[in-house]
Each structure stands twice: as C-alpha cells, then as structure tokens.
Design a protein around this ligand. Structure first.
Ligand SMILES: C[S@@+](CC[C@H](N)C(=O)[O-])C[C@H]1O[C@@H](n2cnc3c(N)ncnc32)[C@H](O)[C@@H]1O
Ligand SMILES: [Zn+2]
Length: 289
C-alpha cells in the first residue's frame, strides 16, 4: 500500500528528529504517534495532512497568497530559471561531494520548486535531506502537496526551528536573509548560496509599470554578505528568456514588482504582450564562520 504524504513525512521527521528544536523553548523534539513533533516541555506541533509542520511561533499573514504561488509554479515550470538552477545545483554538488547524509535547507523556499529542482540534480552520492522553510503557509502547503520526500515547515528564517551546526548548505533565493541565524545553523565549513536581483532583472516589467524607475539598493549585497561569511565569491547570471504564450499573466502575478500597479495597467500590459524578459541575477556563495 502506498504511504500517505503525512505518513511519509512523519517517517522522515522521525529519522531526522535530532535536527529540530522547539520554536518556543528551544529544547529538542521527537516525532510522536507519527503525527506530531513534541518538545521536552510538551509543546506540540501537528503535521498537516499533506505532511508539512507549522513551526512558526505565531501565525503570520503575508502578501504571498495561494494564487501567487500557483503563478510562480507555472512560471518556474517553463524553464524560466533553468540557467540559474543549473548554476546553483553545480555549486551545491561541488560542496556536497564528500558528505554522506548531507542537509540542504532552502530559507524562504516559497512553493518549493527550486529546492526540488536542485535536489533532483544532485549526484547520487550527495543526495541527502532537503528542508524547505517559509513564513507563507500557502507556499509550504503547495510545496508539501507537490513534493513529498522533503521536510517542509512554516517557519521564520530569522529564528529557525533547527539545532546549531546542523546544515551543510543554505539556499536563499530572492528572499530576505538573517546571516547570524544562517551561521548558527551551518556546520563548520558549510556554505550559503544566495541569489539577489541585479539591475536588469525583469526590466521589461519595470519599464511597463514604472517607466524603468527602480528603488535603489542602499547597500551592496555582496559587501554585506562578506561581513558574515568567508571565501565569498559572486557571479552574475544574465540572459533573455523568450516568453511562451500564456506566461505573461502569471509572470505579472508572481512578482512583488507589480503589486502596486492598477488592474487597468495590468490589463493593458497583458494586451500589449511581451516577447522576452531579462533575467539578471547575482549568485553569491560564502563559507560559514
Ligand atoms: C520573492 S519570494 C521567493 C520565493 C522563492 N525562493 C523563489 O525564488 O521562488 C520571497 C519569499 O520569502 C518569504 N519570506 C519573507 N520573509 C520571511 C521570513 N522572515 N521567514 C521565512 N520566509 C520569509 C516569503 O514568504 C516568500 O515566499
Ligand atoms: Zn518547547
């Protein structure tokens, strides 16, 4: 008989329970009755039917809702990020080459597509435990439905419900970061692989909605990153992605860039159409301190 998603996830969390810590009192956790994670002080966190666990200390509502994550999944399924994901997988693979039960954690994983894509590209020897966390419950719910076999948790990346020195690689793609927390979580010699937007990222959308105007980043992300990690390397990944039919609407929907735009302008831009869209990202890698 095929195991339910919840059961599959409970077994995985039972095997990896030593990684978790209680988000309320920081004591260790164990899987009880294949249904909930319980800490030494009896704080208890039920697994959802699809297998994820909510370990956020309080409920959060975010602007990232179900339709946004559906749009994001559709866009990502088109190969939109393929060159970036190839780059990220090769960096992760190189790092994990000699580990056996390695732990890969995506901090701010959204609907989980990137973690799944990168994990499935790892070589057989390095395939280990994949953990995706995000504060948006809708993202984690979607991830757990689509990709069993991973640990999916609603959690705050600034206070992650995991033990010190537990993780080999932290991915952090277009999401906020907390470098002190990343360093706490990483094993000695572990790495962070971060992706930040560069000036040309989705510039056609910015032109359509804001005449190309863009908020200026106050600090250089590589500089800030370098204050927390050693051996920092960074590389810009730039290409033009040809938009297939039907992809412009979900693309507009998925990005925070267009949240301020009027419905009318969204309709106009969709009617005008768009042939291609610029991808311009920076991949930054550094070693834990
Ligand atoms: C632009 S999305 C990127 C999602 C995904 N990494 C991707 O590239 O498709 C930013 C994500 O960061 C998440 N996020 C923001 N603040 C967070 C926090 N404090 N803890 C965990 N996730 C957070 C949001 O919920 C959202 O899913
Ligand atoms: Zn507790």
């Amino acid at each position: 008989m095929k195991l339910s998603k919840k059961m599959q996830s409970a077994q995985l969390m039972e095997r990896t329970a030593g990684l978790f810590k209680c988000p309320i009192c920081s004591t260790g956790m164990e899987m009880v009755e294949q249904a909930k994670l319980v800490c030494e002080n009896m704080h208890s966190f039920d697994l959802a039917k699809s297998g994820y666990v909510n370990l956020a200390p309080q409920a959060h509502t975010t602007k990232y809702d179900k339709s946004l994550f559906e749009a994001r999944t559709k866009v990502m399924a088109s190969g939109f990020f393929k060159p970036v994901l190839d780059k990220l997988s090769s960096l992760v693979n190189d790092h994990l080459d000699e580990s056996d039960e390695s732990v890969l954690l995506d901090a701010g994983c959204g609907e989980g597509t990137h973690l799944k894509a990168i994990h499935s590209r790892l070589s057989m020897e390095t395939v280990g435990i994949g953990i995706g966390i995000d504060l948006a419950k809708e993202g984690i719910a979607a991830a757990s439905k689509a990709y069993p076999g991973f640990i999916w948790s609603v959690a705050d990346l600034a206070a992650m419900p995991f033990q010190d020195d537990a993780v080999d690689v932290i991915l952090n793609v277009l999401s906020p970061a907390n470098y002190a927390e990343f360093n706490r979580l990483l094993k000695q010699g572990g790495i962070v692989v971060k992706v930040v937007p560069e000036s040309g990222y989705l510039q056609e959308l910015r032109e359509a909605f804001y005449n190309g105007k863009q908020q200026k980043e106050e600090t250089d992300p590589v500089e800030r990153f370098s204050e927390h990690f050693d051996d920092v390397k960074s590389e810009r990944v730039t290409y033009m992605f040809t938009l297939p039919d039907g992809l412009l609407a979900p693309l507009i929907r998925m990005t925070p860039l267009t949240w301020g735009a009027s419905e009318e302008r969204v309709r106009e831009v969709q009617q005008e159409g768009m042939k291609g869209i610029s991808i311009d990202l920076r991949v930054i890698v550094g070693v834990s301190r």
